[in-house]
Design a protein around this ligand. Sequence first.
Ligand SMILES: [Zn+2]
Length: 197
Amino acid sequence: MRPDPPVTLSNRRHVNIDPAPELAEAVTVTRFWKLVTQGAPDECWEWTGDTDDGYGVFFYHGRMRPAHELSLSFSTGEKRLESLDTCHSCDNPPCVNPAHLRFDTRLSNVRDMWDRGRIESGEAHPHSRISDATVREIRQRRANGARQIDLAEQYGICSAYVSEIVNGLVRQEAGGPITGRSKRTQRSPRSTRRKAA
Ligand SMILES: [Zn+2]
């Protein structure tokens, strides 16, 4: 009689006849984080896997996906909306530290670079109040399809206030697209008809 073959990793796979899909997902996510050099929480975390044009890429659910986008999704549980980019606050393409990433509009990404220049030169703490630029950004993102509940969470304000902002009920002077149904039409102060001479 022949002895049983030794159990190896390859023939052990056949033992599990009832694989759990959530565990397959966990294996993928574990494999993802093995490709990340995790430093201190505020440092850039370098991607060590495949790259495309300087950005990390990872094969996930049938296609190559940006590693920084997956890093943010795997950390927050949030899926990137099609209208948004995954933006780096550190301007370092191979970085996948979720603390340096956010889903945002391309327009806001450019504006953010200007804002950072101003903040570094001594502006008050950016979260101490909602600036006019942030109000415009919230309105723009809402116009681009962002959900009010996501905006509220990302800007640390309540969703009722987001609703008032996007409907133009508050902060009208800040500008930006008003997308809500309660859009107000402002009457021109010079609407009085001039009499013909
Ligand atoms: Zn970084």
